[in-house]
Ligand binder design. Structure first.
Ligand SMILES: Cc1ncc(COP(=O)(O)O)c(C=O)c1O
Length: 301
């Protein structure tokens, strides 16, 4: 990988020195590292780290604007212009554009709400881009978006990069979103395999609890069961899941039966596992093609 964008704000000094060295290494290979920034102090620290650890290199920075997420980012408009001008004054940094990501909009259930949220984000990004351009600053890229809203940013004519990631795997939370008519249908591709380890008249228990899937966006669903076998997954703690028959006709699974769970949230679920097992040909009859190590697992600092 030669082009990397770090979208979390980084301001701690030892981390910035590592970032500076990585930027220089990628630049030497013809790649680039881009960092989202949202404070005058942050860009000064970054410039100092570059001067110390990679004096020959320049690092790309994206001025992050808050387009509705309420997380990182300066307000769109004048505050973003002021920060961009400050970036342009630092010789170690190169203004690479705007970071305008609306994470909360991705998971709004209604398609109309997502559309409205991104219309406002696009307006803010366009206005800010035009302000910078009018002040003589380059805005080669506006980047943002995710799986839930990508059709809107793609159609905006403002965004030059879509940061969607979950579309690759999908999850139970995204599956609950009302479908955007223009959006391609992304199939579920990430499953946690689990086995029934206990069963009684009222419920069954499987060996997949919070340690095997993230529950911040809700509990998993049980995949690939015909309606008469439909199961509801309930919280059984760290290592267990409780399974209840979902409907009067439904039957509980037998002891030893293998089941496939669709995690509530794919990104943090992947981070819980050392390897992904890649199947070709479907879950039921497919064959293992390769195992994929989760390189970035635990790499949080
Ligand atoms: C800054 C940023 N961009 C893009 C994404 C990808 O969004 P999604 O996985 O919903 O496609 C995320 C997800 O956490 C993110 O934090």
């Amino acid at each position: 990988m030669r082009d990397i964008t770090i979208t979390n704000q980084v301001i701690a000094h030892p981390k910035l020195l590592r970032v500076a060295r990585l930027a220089a290494r990628l630049q030497a290979q013809g790649g680039r590292l881009a960092l989202a920034v949202d404070s005058a102090e942050g860009i000064q620290r970054l410039a100092d780290a570059m001067a110390q650890a990679a004096p020959q290199a320049r690092i790309d920075v994206l001025v992050e604007i808050d387009v509705g997420q309420g997380r990182c980012g300066v307000p769109p408009g004048e505050p973003a212009l002021a920060l961009a001008q400050a970036v342009a004054r630092l010789a170690q940094l190169r203004l690479a554009g705007l970071h305008a990501y609306h994470g909360r909009a991705q998971h709004l259930h209604s398609a109309a709400e997502r559309c409205d949220a991104i219309a406002a984000a696009v307006q803010a990004a366009r206005h800010t881009r035009d302000l910078l351009t009018a002040a003589g600053l380059p805005v080669p890229l506006v980047t943002g978006s995710g799986t839930g809203t990508l059709v809107h940013e793609a159609a905006s004519g403002v965004y030059g990069e879509l940061q969607a990631g979950s579309f690759l795997f999908m999850d139970a939370d995204y599956a609950r979103n009302e479908r955007e008519p223009a959006q391609p249908a992304f199939e579920q591709a990430l499953f946690v395999k689990t086995q029934v380890i206990s069963a009684c008249d009222s419920h069954a228990v499987c060996d997949a609890g919070h340690k095997s899937h993230a529950i911040d966006s809700g509990l998993p669903t049980v995949a690939l069961l015909p309606p008469e076998r439909a199961l509801r997954y309930a919280n059984g703690g760290d290592e267990h899941g409780l399974l209840y028959a979902d409907g009067p006709q439904a039957r509980l699974p037998a002891l030893g039966q293998m089941l496939w769970l669709v995690p509530g949230h794919c990104d943090p679920t992947v981070n819980l596992h050392d390897f992904l097992i890649g199947l070709r040909g479907g879950l039921a009859t497919g064959v293992v093609e390769r195992t994929i190590r989760v390189d970035a697992r635990g790499a949080l600092t």
